[in-house]
Design a protein around this ligand. Sequence first.
Ligand code: NAP
Length: 259
Amino acid sequence: MDLGIKGRRALVCASSKGLGRGCAEALAEAGVDLVLNARGADALQQTADAIREAHGVNVTAVAADITSAEGRAEVLDAAGEIDILVTNAGGPPPGLWSDWGHDDFIKALEANMLTPIALMSATLPKMIDRGWGRVVNITSQSVKAPIPQLGLSNAARTGLTGYVAGTARQVAAKGVNINNLLPGSHDTDRIVALETAVSKAQNVSMEEARKIRWSGIPAGRYGTVKEFGAMCAFLCSQHAGFIVGQNILLDGGQTNATI
Ligand code: NAP
């Protein structure tokens, strides 16, 4: 399917690895020029080179912390006018409700709620002026059903979801579509840490820990970054103009809910 976005320009945040990279690859495959971002310059440069070579699109790499005001300013400055924004950043650490104080919440809200909001505030006006834009926020399945040990993430991402629900409806008539993608368990570096935690807690091998995690997913496996990227590219496509303020769950059926 021709996604109808060849020649468009996208900023994909936190995209040297994992889900962000999957989104960048799929957009590049559709002919979109990219601005990529991550903190680590080496991995970011390698990803930028690989995507440029594979897809022949223009790729600019900006090494910066997207959750800091200075980092965001640097990234937005290099990005210039963009048609597509994919927001992403690392998630907050796990713990118990009693572990977290005011500063922990501020940090999580800054990273996973206020950063994507700041990026939208900075880029929506030009999208509206041009009468076309797409925003995809990478959030989490924890928005649909809470993951108890991820209280910081549950709180920050739900706040972002509320903001998107209203804002998406304010800009939809201007040709700008904002939606969220909710990953369940995907095969990225982050999964290794989660499997290590299961392996230690239950005193089982890493292979057994993986099987334990898979047993809770009706699809019987993790999602791939390619599948995730394909859905992101579709939400950024010409065909997604009637999808407004939605939360698309990609979790292999793990969230046990009728709708
Ligand atoms: P990942 O494989 O660890 O990749 C994270 C990417 O983000 C890397 O490129 C990393 O590069 C970059 N990054 C992290 N913090 C950043 C920052 N402050 N500024 C700029 N770049 C930053 O992680 P992932 O699995 O793709 O997860 C992406 C997001 O989805 C996270 O918020 C995660 O909590 C959420 N999520 C993931 C899953 C899953 O199954 N994978 C499930 C639910 C939710 P640098 O470290 O070099 O900056």
